[in-house]
Design a protein around this ligand. Sequence first.
Ligand SMILES: O=C(O)CCC(=O)C(=O)O
Length: 290
Amino acid sequence: MPLQDISRQVKPLPVQTFDIAMSLPDEIARIALNKDGVICLKNAHDPKWLSLIETGINQALTGASQNLDIVKKAGDGGQFSFSSQAWRQVDTFREAIFESRAPDIAWQLLDCASINLFYDFLLIKEAYTNKTATPWHQDHAYYPLSGQGVINCWTALDTIPMETALRFWAESHRSACLFQAANFAGGSDYEHIQSDHPVIPDIDNDRSARILACELSPGDMLVWDSFTFHSAPGNSLGTRRAAFSINWAADTIRFRDIPSLKSYRSKDISDGDPMTCAKFPQVRPSLKTT
Ligand SMILES: O=C(O)CCC(=O)C(=O)O
């Protein structure tokens, strides 16, 4: 599938933003997430957390990830890399996920009895990767999961100004309708596309779509529902644009055995099962090990 033109003329509106430097997100933040399908949490993680991620990047990009793509488009000045499920091999990713307040932030927002880690995702657009626009998509279109209650907690590792900011279609999660998956790397159809799903609408030319975006500093986090449509421009700037996201599932989510990437599946769970297994551990409340 060719990358879509995301040069929308209309200026995006701001994402509702909450500063959580001193506390976990509150009920107002949770209500905003449920309403718009996305929120921004300023100061979600500190420099120590960011340096744990930086320390693990090289390992993730040289074999530790279960799913890794490194794309260099003709004419671009650098590479576009994305990797998932590296935490089981990369100690510092594991520490950043389990030994920080990351699970508490997610649990507070999902507001359910227990939550599971689904997967980690590292995304790096090096300087001048102009052709790395991310097409409009819903994360859930890639998942072998049923139910709503998966969130993406996406933390900026670099300053992300409006030129390279993610765009969200506000409230697009609310119909709970899943569209086809788009190919992140561009060029061809996504390998596990579900062709019985509707084709992604022309969001850029839909004047009724309320589009949200905001600038981020390192450590700021965007949180969105896995049904929320989002997209991003390529990186036309002379600096790296990187993020590390952690995807969490509420206890209501069940495995659905449809073709999908290995990183979203575990041999230990079957169709209809709850998520808990070694690959998708329950993190809150913490399971006691004896
Ligand atoms: O930052 C980007 O280009 C895309 C990020 C994204 O869509 C995701 O992490 O699901």
